[in-house]
Design a binder for this molecule. Structure first.
Ligand code: HEM
Length: 339
């Protein structure tokens, strides 16, 4: 908020590409949550992971040749180097965290600290048993997973929410009225965020129209019947979340329209009890961070609505593109106006 206010300065309004700011915001949040006091080092890891994701997307877009990834091409070498650097920085952070835990210098309130603590306990309780607890590599992979799964997904959600609230100013006004009614000009708190109804309906509708994760895949562990098809064991099945969310049969003839009111009585009512709203996946592997993500999005959106009015700039080009998540290809130019 401070940065946007600085950009506005004394002017009443100005144009900002909000996408990099939202991306930075969620990187800060996940880095602090994951690494506590080492969050600056954590951000280096995240920048490297971002580059890795871009290179991975390039690999996905090229023709698959078995064994190609083992060749010393420039791309493969860079990917290997990034992996090595990430491991190095994370090992340093882990050592620092272990030191903090030993001396009790700071409260153990970050994901890495909690992970290490529970791991240590599991190993102690396991006694002589082998195969209990995680090794450093497992811990590193958990941290990477949380960043990957939790950063861009949430910034993408905030991005499309700002786009849609710009396109539908009536919903922007309704959301702002609710935020002001609950928080006034005070900083939003946990209890109040859980009472936001209009904001929640809006976020669900954005997640339906622009699911950050557009598809998930599963490998079948046994022969499975789906409708009138029988799929063999080992088959790779893709669940196209975005298509399910836009399906006329499941959502009605207005499936492609932005209508947050569908969620006025909750998800169960909006879906008629069908599994048709799956932005966070479904079943045992459902997103573990969904409550965190929604809380973070509500917090960010409340702060934005308390401070600014916004509309799309005439230079905005609507071009969502899937680079792991569904992102704005040319950024999101928005005119911010001080309230
Ligand atoms: C709007 C934001 C988010 C969306 C749309 C989202 C969506 C998803 C989806 C679709 C999956 C795959 C589920 C499946 O395979 O069935 C997933 C998994 C996961 N998400 Fe999220 N996510 C979000 C935010 C977060 C956040 C903030 C965190 C962490 C703080 C997080 C952590 C995870 C983890 C660890 C998994 C893997 C779970 C597993 O494999 O058991 N996610 N998420």
């Amino acid at each position: 908020m401070k940065e946007w206010k600085m950009l506005l300065g004394e002017r009443g309004s100005c144009m900002v590409d909000v996408w990099p700011f939202l991306n930075n915001l969620t990187a800060d949040v996940i880095s602090r949550t994951a690494f506590g006091s080492s969050y600056e080092e954590g951000k280096i890891v995240f920048q490297l992971l971002k580059e890795q994701a871009q290179l991975t997307a390039k690999v996905f877009q090229s023709v698959y040749i078995p064994g190609w990834r083992f060749l010393p091409t420039r791309l493969n070498n860079r990917m290997k180097k990034i992996n090595y650097e990430i491991g190095n920085v994370l090992s340093g952070i882990i050592q620092k965290q272990e030191g903090i835990m030993k001396t009790c210098e700071a409260p153990n309130d970050n994901l890495l600290g909690l992970l290490l603590e529970s791991n240590q306990k599991e190993i102690e309780d396991g006694g002589v048993k082998k195969d209990v607890g995680m090794n450093t590599n497992d811990v590193i992979n958990e941290c990477k997973l949380f960043y990957f799964a939790g950063q861009e997904t949430t910034s993408v959600l905030l991005n499309w929410t700002m786009v849609l609230l710009s396109r539908f100013p009536n919903w922007q006004t309704l959301a702002r009225e609710e935020v002001i009614e609950i928080f006034g000009t005070k900083e939003p708190d946990y209890e109040g965020l859980n009472r936001l109804k209009v904001v929640t309906m809006i976020l669900y509708e954005v997640l339906r129209l622009y699911p950050p994760v557009t598809a998930i895949t599963r490998v079948l562990r046994k022969k499975t019947r789906v409708g009138n098809m029988t799929l063999p064991e080992g088959a790779l099945v893709t669940i196209p979340i975005v298509l399910v969310h836009h399906d006329f049969e499941l959502w009605g003839s207005d499936a492609k329209e932005f209508k947050p009111e569908r969620f006025s009585e909750g998800i169960l009512k909006a879906t008629n009890g069908q599994v048709s709203f799956i932005p966070f996946g479904w079943g045992p592997r459902i997103c573990i961070g969904q409550n965190f993500a929604l809380l973070e999005a509500k917090m960010a959106l409340s702060l934005i609505l308390q401070n600014f009015k916004f509309e799309l700039s005439s230079s905005y080009v609507h071009a969502p593109v899937t680079v792991i998540t569904a992102q704005p290809q040319f950024g999101t130019n928005i005119i911010l106006q001080k309230l």
